[in-house]
Design a protein around this ligand. Structure first.
Ligand SMILES: *[C@@H]1O[C@H](CO)[C@@H](O)[C@H](O)[C@H]1NC(C)=O
Length: 214
């Protein structure tokens, strides 16, 4: 007969564990989306960032822990941004994903634009801006981060091609100092122009609305 009670507790333990696995997203914070669940995820969350990945992709493996760390931090701050990941073929096809890893931003159910990420702050700062910053500052900051990460990505690839050793000062200096500085200085010129355009477009729209009403 053995120990029926132990057996019972054992199977309850397994069931509890299975239940928890359904409720708690994988790896603490990142949900693995399937074609079937994606529609609901989009409907239930204002902003969904989706990492399209493949198991064979080296950069995906490198990015994953950074992505998961960002998701955990966001979950802890009750962010309105949800980070998910998927390797579902139907979703790849539907959203025309051509390379991995690809981060795509979905807002209010719509596929907005691609984001680029190399490390934690590329993901976290970007997502954070949806919670903390409003238009037009949030918009400008997000696009600054997109450019910065893309530039950082290029620099990292170049450094790799140059076969510099991992602790070479340029490894830190180029991606972390030069990239933000360059992209930032371009933005110092572009941002005021963008702000002016935004304000004048807003004024024009208001005038139009007024005309329609009268
Ligand atoms: C994926 O989901 C969409 C929308 O829910 C559905 O129309 C489509 O048939 C699904 N595709 C597959 C291959 O399951």
């Amino acid at each position: 007969m053995g120990h029926p009670r132990n057996g019972n507790w054992g199977s309850w333990g397994v069931r509890l564990f299975q239940l928890a696995a359904l409720v708690v997203p994988v790896n603490g914070a990142v949900i693995e989306a399937s074609n079937a669940s994606f529609v609901d995820l989009l409907a239930e969350n204002e902003v969904v960032i989706t990492m399209f990945y493949r198991s064979w992709c080296g950069h995906c493996k490198r990015l994953k822990p950074e992505y998961h760390r960002a998701a955990e931090r966001l979950a802890a701050t009750k962010s309105k941004v949800l980070l998910v990941q998927t390797q579902d073929d139907a979703l790849f096809k539907q959203y025309e994903i051509k390379m991995v890893p690809s981060l795509w931003v979905f807002a209010n159910g719509k596929q907005l634009y691609q984001h680029y990420a190399w490390e934690f702050d590329d993901v976290y700062d970007f997502a954070w801006s949806f919670d903390a910053l409003h238009l037009p500052v949030g918009f400008i900051y997000r696009h600054y981060l997109r450019l910065r990460s893309l530039y950082r990505f290029g620099l990292k690839a170049a450094l790799k091609a140059m076969k510099l050793r991992a602790d070479h000062p340029l490894q830190l200096y180029l991606p972390h100092v030069l990239a933000p500085a360059l992209v930032g200085s371009v933005l110092v010129i572009v941002a005021p122009i963008a702000l002016l355009l935004y304000e004048s477009a807003k004024k024009a729209r208001k005038a139009e609305d007024k005309e329609k009403k009268s």
